[in-house]
Design a protein around this ligand. Structure first.
Ligand code: GDP
Length: 196
């Protein structure tokens, strides 16, 4: 699969240090604790490729993973953690904002949302922020195992219709790291963005 050769590549703290590669990137972003690290690890079949932190909001850097064939996965710092000091928050906004809006190698963005409370104000802010790039977004509604089948379908449909209306470049699916559900669908979408 697309992620079977995933390996840690580099950590970036400053946009001047973004790696110069001729390939493409897919970035993962989401609210702290939404399940981003778990989703990355599940897709890559690694127990701890991405670091699932016990202190959310602490990581303020971009973690790069090589996927082979000059494709890269970028793990972006989570947003919305209340206890982040203002200066750290500022650094984060600058780093993320600049990266998302100017990185040419970035082919598409995966936004992780907890399926129990998707489309928070911060999630919408992220979509607003990224939409002008015209690049595709794929939303993973994580922890879907915590919803009944009926609730999950209802959530998927309402998020889908909201996105269709406001963010036409944005697709969405259910995902569970616990049950390893949704991995093939996610892989297919992301593979479409990257180099073969
Ligand atoms: P991150 O801060 O977005 O990287 O979130 P993590 O991946 O560290 O996950 C946050 C918490 O949610 C952890 O306690 C995970 O075990 C839990 N979690 C993540 N994904 C799932 C999932 O698909 N199902 C369930 N039940 N729990 C999950």
């Amino acid at each position: 699969g697309l992620f079977s050769k995933a390996a840690f590549y580099t950590t970036v703290n400053d946009l001047r240090d973004l790696p110069l590669h001729g390939g493409r990137e897919v970035a993962f972003v989401g609210r702290s604790n939404a399940g981003k690290s778990s989703a990355i690890n599940t897709l890559a079949n690694h127990v701890r490729l991405a670091y699932t932190s016990k202190t959310p909001g602490r990581t303020q850097h971009l973690n790069y993973f090589s996927l082979g064939d000059d494709n890269y996965l970028v793990d972006l710092p989570g947003y919305g953690y209340a206890k982040v000091p203002p200066d750290v928050q500022k650094h984060w906004e600058k780093l993320l904002g600049d990266y998302l809006q100017t990185r040419e190698e970035l082919a598409g963005l995966v936004v992780i949302m907890d399926s129990r409370h998707p489309l928070t104000a911060l999630d919408e802010g992220m979509l607003d922020w990224f939409a002008p790039t015209g690049k595709p977004v794929h939303v993973l509604l994580t922890k879907s195992d915590k919803l009944s089948r009926q609730q999950a379908t209802k959530t998927l449909n309402s998020v889908k219709s909201y996105l269709n209306e406001h963010f036409p470049n944005c697709s969405v699916q259910l995902f569970s790291s616990l049950k390893k559900q949704g991995t093939e669908e996610a892989e297919a979408v992301i593979a479409g963005w990257l180099k073969e």
